[in-house]
Design a protein around this ligand. Sequence first.
Ligand code: 13P
Ligand code: SF4
Length: 298
Amino acid sequence: MQPATENIQKLKDHREAVILAHNYQRPEVQDIADFVGDSLGLARQAMDTDARVIVFCGVDFMAESAKILNPDKTVLHPDTGAKCPMAAMVDPESLRRFKEKRGLDAVSYVNTTAAVKAVSDICCTSANAVKVVESMPDDVIFVPDSNLGRYVQRFTDKEVVLWPGFCPTHEGITTEDIKRLQQQHPEAQVLAHPECSPEVIDLADRVASTTGMLRYAQQSEGWEFIVATEKELAYRMKKEMPDKHFYVVEQAVCPTMKKITLQKVAAALESMQPEVCLDPEVMEQARRPLERMMEIGR
Ligand code: 13P
Ligand code: SF4
């Protein structure tokens, strides 16, 4: 075991902590985590753990969701600068006004701030967005990811009113990137995240959440896959499927996910900082739409 890993292990035991990491985390951070997963899987793990302390290796909205669902636990976010830029594309006041104007409920992607969740009716992740929208009684406003909203619209008769948000990392994946990889690896199946543009999604054999893409590759008889999402997902895929081949789009990197390092994880466990602290009222209001989503599941 590397000295940094050994140190984290000791600190983790001492603090009775669990380390949760998103599929886009640096390989060395994934390696020290107790659980690696997609947004929905991580929220579930945060609820199921007996640990008193959760060290959340991911971006802000994920750590906030863990805190909202577990108000009595200490949630540490090793770098508070790890913020999802898409979550900043909608604010609570604009959403409240838009809801009033359209007279519709709002489905918020979990990639939103706690304050936005607090004015939302239900949350969703990429793993359950279609199911969540289908569970609603009427047409919905979908915030903030317009690509995910457009993807959901393919599967429902309800109108999905879009908000003009997007993920810069997924928006940067082009059809040219995918077609070039297809030329190099003609046997490969294309796996795409629904945050990709509709044109990239049209080239995909399978569209799913990050863990959904991994599960598909595990269950498929194919042995070559083009991975149209943040490139680090392929690290976990290769680790769990060493005989299969995964081809990534090299520029598909989420810079804020990479802000979490082993040193920062160790520092957080040592100092018990930075701790996720949210306004109690906002937290209370944000819990309902998150819990409503958790009841729907994957
Ligand atoms: P998943 O929930 O599919 O892991 O996606 C989270 C995310 O931020 C994708 O960019
Ligand atoms: Fe946000 Fe995109 Fe990074 Fe996911 S990949 S955390 S949506 S910026």
